[in-house]
Write a protein that binds this ligand. Structure first.
Ligand code: ZN
Ligand code: ZN
Length: 106
């Protein structure tokens, strides 16, 4: 008997101590990483390249926000970040911390 082996992947949260995966849906294993990242994004996961250009995934509880204005960083769940005033969390090029977002509005 012969087998053809295929590798499947799924995003796992890279936050130490967190083992969340993209799951609770019909399909939670993906045949390619691009599709996996699309689905992860739909579930509010964050996909970022770190300082050494490795791709990292963070679940919605561990969104890594970095302000493009002042460089301030915060790791919190998405709803909390939005509640305290972070803006443009989906666009890493435009993310603003509450202080800088306020400045822009004045
Ligand atoms: Zn997590
Ligand atoms: Zn800022």
């Amino acid at each position: 008997m012969s087998y053809e082996i295929r590798a499947f992947c799924r995003p796992v949260c890279d936050q130490p101590g967190c083992d969340a995966t993209v799951e609770d849906m019909d399909v939670n294993w993906f045949s390619d990483t691009g599709y996996a990242e699309d689905v992860a994004a739909e579930w509010d996961w964050q996909t970022i390249g770190d300082d050494v250009m490795r791709t990292r995934h963070y679940c919605p509880k561990h969104i890594h926000a970095k302000c493009m204005e002042c460089g301030r960083r915060e790791i919190l769940d998405r709803r909390t970040l939005e509640n305290i005033g972070w803006e443009e969390l989906d666009d890493m090029e435009c993310t603003l911390c509450p202080d800088c977002a306020n400045k822009g509005n004045v």
